[in-house]
Design a protein around this ligand. Structure first.
Ligand code: 13P
Length: 265
């Protein structure tokens, strides 16, 4: 291998997006149950992040630290500004102070329900990076867009806009989650071949905008009805480096099986 060959070893990242579920007591219970199910060997092989609602983050942080539970703390979104008159919002520096490592940004539910635009997503990506956390940038098409043959163009446009003026070295540290909107919470998963094809498109798009090294180092997750039964096949694809899991991350035994996908092949 020449010195210029990019390092393509990407540690898988399995993330649980709890969405607007679980109060802080329930969150504590889930994270403790999960810590009994998941062994040190499991986390030697994969990174795990949990993304509770804001009201649970401090509780989960304390549990992870005091019990030395080797999961990364995550958040589901943040505001782009560091502080100010934005009633109800939470700023990236506040999350960083809580030990949050991964922040989901541009989730389709935020884009569709709360009207987040690509420009806003881009500003949030920059705020997260500025605070030394890792953005998990979500992209994905609707069923109509897929059926119209527009899925690739949609995903490429979301990536280009979401990563505008983000440095290549920063993109190299990032996570992109490909989540086809029609597969979220529906029980319909993209086939492993379709998921791989789009995750490869994500990587080649990153290469076109930010260069070979950034594309080779950034991790690409698949999300949308990931379950223990389909996790191994999805994770076995060359351009899929992890999973962003919604419903199946709310139950310790089920989420643990996804984390242990290699055992359930
Ligand atoms: P489900 O796993 O419930 O389909 O949700 C996927 C998702 O939106 C994760 O961010």
């Amino acid at each position: 291998m020449s010195d210029t060959t990019p390092d393509t070893v990407r540690r898988p990242l399995i993330s649980g997006n709890w969405k607007m579920n679980l109060n802080h007591f329930e969150a504590l219970k889930l994270v403790q149950e999960l810590s009994y199910e998941v062994t040190r060997d499991d986390v030697d092989a994969v990174d795990v992040s949990v993304h509770p609602p804001f009201t649970d983050i401090r509780t989960v942080q304390t549990a992870l630290e005091s019990d030395r539970i080797p999961f990364h703390l995550g958040a589901q979104h943040c505001h782009a500004e560091p502080s100010g008159a934005f009633t109800g919002e939470v700023a990236a520096p506040m999350l960083a102070k809580l030990g949050v490592r991964y922040v989901i940004v541009g989730h389709s539910e935020r884009r569709e329900v709360f009207g987040e635009t690509d420009d806003l997503v881009n500003a949030k990506v920059k705020a997260i990076l500025k605070n030394e956390m890792v953005p998990i940038l979500c992209v994905g098409e609707t069923l109509d867009e897929r059926e119209a043959g527009e899925a690739e163009a949609k995903v490429k446009a979301q990536l280009k806009a979401g990563l505008s003026r983000v440095k290549a070295e920063q993109v190299a540290t990032m996570v992109v989650a490909y989540e086809p909107i029609w597969a979220i919470g529906t029980g319909k998963t993209a086939s492993a071949d379709d998921a791989q094809a789009m995750c490869q498109t994500v990587r080649s798009s990153l290469e076109a905008t930010h260069g070979e090294d950034a594309a080779a180092s950034a991790r690409v997750q698949y999300g949308g009805s990931v379950k223990p039964i389909n996790a191994a096949e999805l994770m076995g694809q060359p351009d899929i480096d992890g999973a962003l899991v919604g419903g199946a991350s709310l139950e310790a035994e089920t989420f643990a099986k996804i984390i242990q996908y290699r055992l359930h092949d």
